[in-house]
Design a protein around this ligand. Structure first.
Ligand code: NAX
Length: 328
């Protein structure tokens, strides 16, 4: 690949930033034949810490890393960007209402969307990791009217990977023998991890799902509440696994998903599976020629329908809240 790729990571001095930058720079995201120009975006108070991470990146002497630049201005950080990883977000503080959280994040993702609109490369791809990821992605997309909306994704790959791993354990097979799980809806506790179309070794997910107690009391809550369980155990939120998921999301988006397998991503709804247009919702997707396609023709049973609808309803509630705030 002759052209270097410009990758901007926001929240670069944070936990996920610390996990992801080294993997990007080592070629794990875009392939070992691609030269990377890294741009780190931080708030002014964290620029010094980002400089420390950049020093460590220097000290890795990655031969694919062409340059590292650090910014506190989104307009500069996104100028010419090909891949934007929007990781930095405003966490929910004690006593913070949802509207306050959405407003604080609107103040971040609105201007970042505008900066992407103004300066990004024509092939820009944007992955939003910072929570509430789906709605932050929607806000950014709405502030970037010249960028095709499909280029804005929200990350549900970590939820997807969590589901794969839980199913492998349940089926007593290695994780590589599990495929075609789907995360539907919002990256939140309302998400619906769907096993009905999965393969788990020689068994079908539908067969495992016959044990409804396991499905409803073990599998679904374990996947949906895994983030909280990690915080409880580690004393800090998922970082390396989130970085890994973002690497895999972008890798598959750019380079394609394996034949016969799908993954999950938050992409703009197009009416498929009864999810109305207007939100960024997680779907089963394959990537071909650098674009996601929603897998079609899956049969959705009543059990799944109810749960997909509930999570999508939450996305529309978040949308209504940010509309009220004038953010979309
Ligand atoms: P940290 O608090 O460690 O780091 C966040 C960084 O973002 C900080 O360095 C902060 O200075 C920076 N930041 C804040 N506002 C910024 C702005 N306007 N521009 C640039 N940088 C800014 O959080 P970390 O653990 O790295 O998590 C980052 C985000 O990922 C959080 O919103 C978190 O909720 C979200 N997550 C999303 C996941 C997903 O699956 N979609 C899973 C992991 C993670 O919880």
């Amino acid at each position: 690949n002759a052209q270097p790729v410009t990758v901007t990571v926001t929240g670069a001095a944070g936990q996920i930033g610390y996990g992801i930058l080294f993997r990007i720079a080592s070629g794990q995201m875009l392939g070992h034949d691609t030269q990377i120009r890294l741009r780190l975006l931080e708030i002014p108070q964290a620029v010094r810490a980002a400089e420390g991470t950049a020093m460590e990146l220097d000290d890795c002497a990655f031969d694919r890393l062409e340059s590292i630049e650090i910014f506190d201005d989104p307009v500069k950080a996104f100028d010419g960007v090909n891949v934007a990883l929007l990781v930095g977000a405003r966490p929910r503080g004690a006593g913070m209402e949802r509207a306050d959280l959405l407003a604080a994040n609107g103040g971040i993702f609105g201007p970042q969307g505008e900066a992407i609109n103004a300066g990004a490369a024509s092939d820009v791809r944007v992955l939003v990791v910072g929570n509430p990821a789906n709605t932050n992605a929607l806000i950014a997309a709405q502030h970037a009217p010249d960028v095709p909306v499909e280029r804005f994704n929200a990350m549900t790959r970590l939820d997807h990977n969590r589901a794969l791993s839980q199913l492998a354990r349940r089926g007593g097979v290695p994780v590589r023998d599990v495929r075609n799980v789907t995360i539907w809806g919002n990256h939140s506790a309302s998400q619906y991890p769907d096993v009905f179309h999965a393969r788990v070794g020689s068994r079908s997910g539908a067969e495992l799902a016959e044990d409804r107690t396991w499905l409803t009391e073990d599998f679904i809550p374990t996947v949906a509440k895994r983030g909280a369980a990690i915080i409880e155990a580690r004393g800090a939120s998922s970082a390396a696994s989130a970085a890994n998921a973002a690497i895999e999301h972008v890798r598959d988006w750019v380079r394609g998903t394996p034949e016969g397998e799908w993954t999950s991503a938050g992409v703009p709804s197009n009416g498929a599976y009864g999810v109305p247009e207007g939100v960024i919702s997680s779907f089963p997707v394959v990537s071909r020629d650098g674009e996601w396609q929603i897998v079609d023709g899956l049969e959705i049973n009543d059990f799944s329908r109810e749960r997909i609808d509930a999570s999508v309803a939450e996305l529309f509630e978040e949308r209504a809240a940010v509309e009220k705030l004038g953010l979309v």
